[in-house]
Design a protein around this ligand. Structure first.
Ligand code: CTP
Length: 469
């Protein structure tokens, strides 16, 4: 197969002329070749030379007039950027391809040595960049066949490939989930045998792969593989506690692991937002801890939303996810995930809808997406009922937001205004008065405007013995 036509980037011709001059073989390799054949967009190009990657990068950069080149001498790699493409250069090596490892490299090798030390046959494809053979595909391990059969297979014995870099077990699941590929049976067995070795990999690297699984089209596919291979037990055992069904007095509850995955897939159909997807993963995380059986009634999970929200920081910390506003967002969604449907259990009052809008703020639409995704019962009648309730709440939210503008609402009288009107210093009275006004607006006792708020303020202040100046 010749892929000359597809080597659009100018870097390839520069590499060709330099490598030909030096009498060294050079190749495009790895993810770039895979994505080219899969017709997926790819922003990075990896180039391997049977020689010095550093020297090649230096010469190519000079000819292309690229000023900034980063050299990683310990690893024998160098890279630079051209417009939106990152190009990395490396010498072919005999040992495992561990770009993130602290271990310095390694012995120089041939292209075949380099290919066999890569993770999967589909990532070990190379395209020649030399003279006559320019554009020719080098595929010693049947990578093309595996691409066609949608199969993830290691070039060497999987026990060797995975022990060279245990992160590759996560990568196997990640590629399977992203591409919808199968993992070869032998590889599945090797991963199950070696799952515990993930312990030597940093959680930062693991969560990069985990997030790619979360962001794939049907994330449940990846999570089921993580569970089946024992990788999930290594990285996020808490999630496994959701698994299983207990039956008492003939009454069971749903398997919250599979329910969670269904909710995650449902959310994934409507949103690519990583953190909304994490909210789906964590929305029921406290169900095992809050589970009770009430005789004559059945299973309850009272307070799981509240406890779940409180568990989020620890979970984020252990998975090395960011502890900033993204975590706060997930906490908020976990905390509020029952609220929209709970509203429909009684008469839906304006004040309850207003409160929900106030608490969710700009995240109300995401909350509704999560809430919609959470309706997964097998009982069709129940689903129908929940869905029509959901639509009702949605409609009420829109109506009320138009009327009252409660989302992101700030009480119309500020602390400064109160101090100014009554000529008083900062103190507890100000907070109390602000709270009374906020409550009155949320309850619908007064409209959300300055005039009404001021009127109420004067009345309430009078009761407290305050006089306007
Ligand atoms: N590689 C490997 N083992 C690893 C990481 C990477 O063998 N643990 C090799 C693979 O050949 C891979 C190449 O290095 O194709 C580049 O790795 P990377 O850029 O991390 O991944 P890509 O395969 O390019 O995939 P993506 O861009 O989706 O991350």
């Amino acid at each position: 197969m010749n892929l000359k036509e597809h080597l659009q980037h100018p870097v390839f011709r520069y590499v060709q002329s330099i490598a030909d001059n030096e009498n060294q073989r050079a190749f495009a390799i790895g993810g770039f070749v895979r994505d080219l054949l899969l017709e997926r967009p790819c922003k990075d190009i990896d180039i391997v030379i049977e020689g010095s990657g550093l020297a090649l990068a230096e010469q190519v950069a000079k000819q292309m007039k690229v000023k900034k080149v980063s050299y990683f001498k310990n690893f024998g790699t160098a890279m630079f950027k051209t417009s939106d493409t990152e190009i990395e250069f490396v010498g072919a090596r005999k040992e495992s391809y561990q770009r993130d490892s602290r271990k310095p490299i390694v012995e120089n090798g041939s292209i075949q040595d380099d290919q066999e030390r890569r993770d999967f046959t589909i990532n070990a494809l190379a395209i020649s960049l030399n003279g006559e053979s320019y554009g020719e595909l080098i595929d010693p391990f049947g990578g093309i066949e595996d691409l066609n059969n949608q199969l993830l297979r290691t070039p060497l014995d999987p026990d060797i490939t995975y022990s060279d870099d245990p992160l590759r077990m996560m990568r196997a699941v990640r590629f399977a989930s992203q591409l919808g590929f199968r993992i070869e049976e032998e590889s599945m067995e090797a991963i199950s045998r070696n799952a515990h070795r993930l312990g030597i990999v940093s959680m930062e690297r693991i969560s990069v792969e985990l997030n790619k699984i979360v962001l794939s089209k049907k994330p449940s596919f990846g999570f089921k593989l993580l569970e089946k291979t024992g990788l999930l037990a290594e990285i996020f055992p808490l999630m496994l506690k959701l698994k299983g069904v207990e039956v008492r007095e003939g009454i069971g509850h749903k398997d919250n692991f599979y329910h969670t995955l269904q909710v995650l897939d449902n959310v994934a159909e409507h949103s690519d937002d990583l953190w909304l997807r994490w909210s789906a993963i964590l929305h029921d995380i406290a169900k095992p801890q809050t589970k009770r059986f009430e005789p004559g009634h059945g299973w309850t999970f009272h307070g799981h939303e509240d406890k779940g929200a409180r568990m989020v920081p620890k979970i984020f910390k252990s998975l090395k996810l960011p502890l900033d506003h993204k975590m706060k967002y997930v906490q908020k969604l976990v905390l509020l995930h029952l609220r929209p449907i709970a509203l429909t259990k009684e008469v839906i009052t304006d004040s309850a809808v207003r409160r929900l809008l106030f608490e969710a703020g700009d995240d109300i639409d995401d909350l509704m997406t999560l809430c919609r995704a959470d309706i997964t019962s097998k009982n069709e009648r129940k689903v129908k009922r929940y869905l029509s309730n959901y639509e009702l709440v949605k409609q009420r939210l829109v109506e009320l937001e138009e009327k009252d503008r409660i989302r992101n609402f700030q009480p119309p009288v500020s602390g400064e205004m109160i101090m100014e009107i009554f000529d008083i210093p900062p103190g507890r009275q100000i907070g109390t008065l602000k709270e009374i006004i906020k409550e009155a607006i949320l309850e619908g006792d007064i409209p959300n405007d300055l005039e009404s708020a001021k009127k109420l303020l004067l009345e309430e202040a009078k009761k407290m013995g305050l006089q306007a100046k």
